[in-house]
Write a protein of this length. Structure first.
Length: 471
């Protein structure tokens, strides 16, 4: 027997079944404790009639057995399990998932928890937190091979807290607002005054700093596990909540407008955005900052910033323009930059004044309120090119209600009230709503044009066959 292990060798005149392992019938003799790993075992039994005689070899450890009439059957070998994707905790810390592959599979692959999908590699999802997963390669109820995967304690891998209000604006001399955060799993929140290091100034989900606000202040939060098995585990990096302090005794009135040089373009074209901010009050504004979120579906043109005052930078798809001071009585500053159209569809972005040291008479920095004058949106359209059998799904944000759709000037009554529609006809589409009269948040139409590389439409061409007979 070439396989390593200890075996039982049975000599019988028949086998009752093969599938869940051969079952001997009419046993002639059997021998236990037979060595494998290349050792030779001889059984001397006087048999007058050898017709139908079979040899069954069974691994005494696993129960796997095979049979043959040559006396040299092969015993099933243990497969090799390989983790191809390490366990990953779910966002709620209640379950984890992993992936694995198997070499030398004998039978059916099973798991004792979670949901098994795929086929070498296999995926297991929804395994309970801190649960040991057993993966089984099962040839039969007796012949099977197991491997155990120790599940992670997801509470020992805390996720960063979610800050409910990342930015506050308060008047100088006011008490600090209450900072609030949420966590998942067994964890609490520690609050700090530094991004790294230091000792917590408070522990708990809700923190109201003592004293009054006199200058811009940033507090930082991290999650700490409360699982007794890992009390030292903390999240990283820390997340922040900023308190912007304004001089409310000195009011300003800043206005922001955003412009674009083209509304309808082709893929590959370059567009120029311009942001203009001015001060309509009799008091100068200080510490002014603008945040501009450009569409993730466009390409920013590197080194294209041109600011009349201050500096601009981009991180991901978010532009931060640090202006500084804007004098009273109409002082105006501008920022221009370029983007490149890279995809079909409607692409829009939003610019908003997000910081000033003084209180604005009619707006609050960075509160995303479209009714205020410190925020503006712009967009551009790249036409969809569709073949006859294609459609495009258009989704209007849920805050818009009583939707009415139009193709050109014709209302599409069958689409009334729908925020999500499928469009396929060539043309220009727009919508109106009770609280909006422009399409897709930016006053840009949805344009559909015929595709360039479409398969021809099937045509039915009648024809007649005439049979001619020679005379």
């Amino acid at each position: 027997i070439q396989t390593a292990g200890t075996f039982k060798v049975i000599l019988s005149r028949g086998i009752a079944t093969i599938g869940n392992g051969p079952i001997p019938v009419d046993i002639i003799t059997q021998l236990t404790g037979v060595a494998g790993n290349g050792a030779t075992t001889t059984i001397n039994v006087p048999i007058a009639d050898t017709v139908g005689v079979v040899v069954i070899v069974q691994n005494e450890n696993t129960g796997c057995a095979v049979a043959g009439n040559s006396g040299k059957p092969v015993v099933s070998k243990r497969p090799k399990f390989t983790i191809t994707a390490a366990p990953v905790c779910s966002s709620d810390k209640q379950t984890y998932s992993l992936s694995f592959s198997i070499t030398g599979k004998n039978g059916i692959i099973k798991v004792n928890a979670g949901t098994l999908t795929g086929n070498n590699p296999y995926n297991v999802t929804g395994v309970p937190n801190n649960f040991t997963l057993k993966i089984t390669d099962s040839l039969s109820a007796i012949c099977k091979f197991d491997t155990l995967i120790a599940g992670p304690n997801c509470n020992c891998i805390p996720s960063s807290p979610t800050i409910l209000t990342p930015s506050f604006t308060v008047c100088k001399g006011d008490t600090f607002p209450t900072l609030k955060a949420t966590v998942t799993g067994l964890a609490t929140v520690e609050w700090f005054t530094t991004l790294t290091g230091g000792t917590p100034v408070f522990t708990g989900l809700n923190y109201k700093p003592a004293g009054t606000a006199t200058a811009n202040t940033i507090f930082y939060a991290q999650a700490r596990s409360t699982d007794q098995a890992c009390l030292a585990a903390v999240s990283s990096p820390r997340v922040s909540s900023t308190i912007n302090v304004q001089d409310c005794d000195k009011e300003i009135d800043l206005t922001l407008k955003k412009f674009i040089d083209k509304k309808v373009v082709q893929i590959g074209e370059t567009l120029t955005y311009t942001i203009k901010v001015w001060n309509e009050s009799a008091n100068g504004a200080t510490g002014v900052e603008v945040v501009d979120s450009i569409a993730t579906t466009v390409g920013f043109v590197a080194n294209s910033f041109s600011a009349s005052r201050g500096t601009a930078s981009i991180n991901g798809n978010v532009i931060k323009w640090t202006i500084g001071n804007i004098a009273a009585n109409g002082d105006t500053v501008t920022l221009t930059y370029k983007v490149k159209a890279t995809q079909e569809g409607v692409h829009f972005n939003t610019a908003e004044i997000c910081k000033a040291n003084e209180k604005d008479v009619d707006s609050t920095p960075c509160n995303h309120d479209d009714e205020e004058d410190d925020i503006d949106r712009q967009c551009f359209t790249v036409a969809y090119k569709l073949c006859p059998d294609e459609r495009v799904e258009v989704v209007i944000p849920s805050q818009y209600n009583n939707i009415r759709w139009f193709k050109g000037t014709t209302e599409l009554t069958e689409l009334a009230g729908k925020n999500t529609v499928l469009l396929s006809d060539v043309g220009e589409f727009t919508f109106t709503a009770t609280n909006n009269v422009c399409p897709v948040e930016g006053c840009c139409p949805i344009i559909i044009q015929p595709g360039d590389n479409c398969c021809p439409v099937d045509l039915c061409i009648p024809f007649t066959i005439q049979k001619r007979v020679k005379k």
